[in-house]
Design a protein around this ligand. Structure first.
Ligand code: ADP
Length: 177
């Protein structure tokens, strides 16, 4: 198994519980909270998070912004905005890859050694899970292959079915390298 595979983990559970340097939020362009993982993160972090988010003037699709983690065990929250799935012909794949890249750039710039990602865009934004998983694994492995930080990336899956998709993609990665 490659060195990169050793730096990627799959975890099944709630990303708000993870004591890592940064968790990533699948936010929307307003950055003011929403449903799904975004709602869970805002509830767990407390109202100070929305106060800081209000000062950020939103976030573009494919981009990311960093805040403190407040009441979360994680030190930072990296808010990224995934694309809404519209059939695949609207640049969704490149925008989703950009979410992972921009989040990792911010993590590296802030000295985050361990970062946890939920499956961005695969909930309300309806990105097909297998395709989204492949993009997540390809983009993260390419990034950490070039950089020493983050040292470890965790794919935090909310359900076992999603975790299995990640395990399969990581197995393909190990076989390829
Ligand atoms: P998006 O709008 O980007 O699709 P969602 O929050 O609707 O974001 O869903 C993204 C993914 O996050 C989904 O796969 C969903 O199952 C998962 N999810 C929801 N809540 C949590 C949580 N607390 N921790 C980790 N993953 C979560």
């Amino acid at each position: 198994m490659s060195e990169i595979n050793h730096r990627i983990r799959v975890h099944t559970g709630d990303v708000t519980k993870l004591a890592v340097d940064a968790i990533v939020n699948a936010a929307n362009t307003s950055l003011l909270g929403g449903g799904g993982v975004d709602g869970a993160i805002h509830r767990a972090a407390g109202p100070e998070l929305e106060f800081e988010c209000r000062m950020l003037n939103g976030c573009k699709v494919g981009d990311a912004k960093l805040t403190r983690g407040y009441r979360l065990p994680a030190r930072f929250i990296i808010h990224t905005v995934g694309p809404v799935w519209q059939g695949g012909g609207k640049g969704e794949a490149e925008l989703l890859a950009s979410c992972y890249r921009r989040s990792l750039e911010l993590a590296a710039a802030n000295g985050c050694r361990t970062v946890a990602f939920p499956a961005i865009s695969t909930g309300v934004y309806r990105y097909p899970k297998e395709q989204a998983t492949q993009i997540a694994v390809d983009t993260v492995s390419a990034f950490i292959g070039q950089k020493a930080v983050p040292e470890t990336v965790i794919f935090c899956c909310f359900d076992q079915q999603t975790a299995e998709l990640y395990q399969q993609a990581l197995l393909r990665l190990a076989e390829r390298d």
